[in-house]
Design a protein around this ligand. Structure first.
Ligand code: DER
Length: 235
């Protein structure tokens, strides 16, 4: 099974939780994409109806629109029944790192407004501790971003942190700009940052920070697709 096939298996399993009449948070990324496709399929087959999708990014908004999924937003539907989204890392307590696709703010707004948050991952996302396998993104305002980047790096000096502005991949190294017009500073840790709640609070206290990619205690279910089958972990 390829990694994408595993992502698809996890995504389809998550859509089993979707019932007609629900308001559904639609996640962002290559795993969530399969869930959005599947929801559209079931709507077309008449196996699901009266679904309202709340997209977590402009990219997902476009995908869902092109598939004919009825869409709305949190202003109109502040209570979301279920959100389905991927993650970059999942620890043993179902804490997540998200945002390597750049959508963390809208994802966190929608996923903290929902009753159930089902996370879909392939087994490569399971980590021993948060920050173990790559960037922990922080969304920052563009104004004096270098100042904010420096303060973030100092905050986690004890964990051997390197803070890096995310660029958009172009040849002149322009900053990546989020759907909300902000920048992203990626934090890379050499060692375990320890207390996640304290780390989260410290980051959010920095004026200039909008939000970060640690989703603590938010996932209600994590569906993991691996070579040996699918595991469902509940909080
Ligand atoms: O950017 C995000 O938060 C995505 O959900 C990311 O965490 C998972 O993306 P993937 O399914 O493409 O790995």
């Amino acid at each position: 099974l390829t990694q994408d096939e595993l992502k698809k298996i996890a995504a389809y399993k998550a859509v089993d939780f979707v019932q007609s009449g629900m308001v559904i948070g639609l996640g962002t990324g290559s795993t969530a994409k399969h869930a959005v496709d599947r929801i559209a399929d079931l709507l077309l087959q008449g196996k699901l109806n009266n679904i309202i999708g709340i997209p977590t990014s402009k990219k997902t908004h476009q995908q869902a629109l092109s598939l004919g999924i009825p869409l709305s937003d949190l202003d109109t539907h502040p209570n979301v029944d279920l959100a389905i989204d991927g993650a970059d890392e999942v620890d043993a307590d179902l804490n997540l790192v998200k945002g390597r696709g750049g959508s963390l703010l809208r994802e966190k707004m929608i996923e903290s407004a929902c009753k159930k948050f089902v996370v879909i991952v392939d087994e490569s996302k399971l980590v021993s501790h948060i920050g173990a396998n790559g960037a922990m993104p922080v969304e920052v305002v563009p104004f004096c971003w270098k100042f904010t980047q420096q303060r973030l790096q100092q905050l986690f000096e004890y964990a051997g942190c390197m803070a890096k502005l995310r660029t958009n991949g172009g040849e002149n190294g322009d900053p990546f700009v989020t759907d909300n017009g902000n920048y992203i500073v990626d934090l890379f840790f050499n060692n375990d940052i320890g207390d996640l709640r304290a780390s989260s609070d410290a980051i959010l206290r920095l004026a200039g920070v909008v939000d970060h990619g640690m989703f603590l205690g938010m996932a209600t279910t994590v569906i993991v697709a691996g070579g040996l089958g699918v595991t469902i972990k509940n909080k």
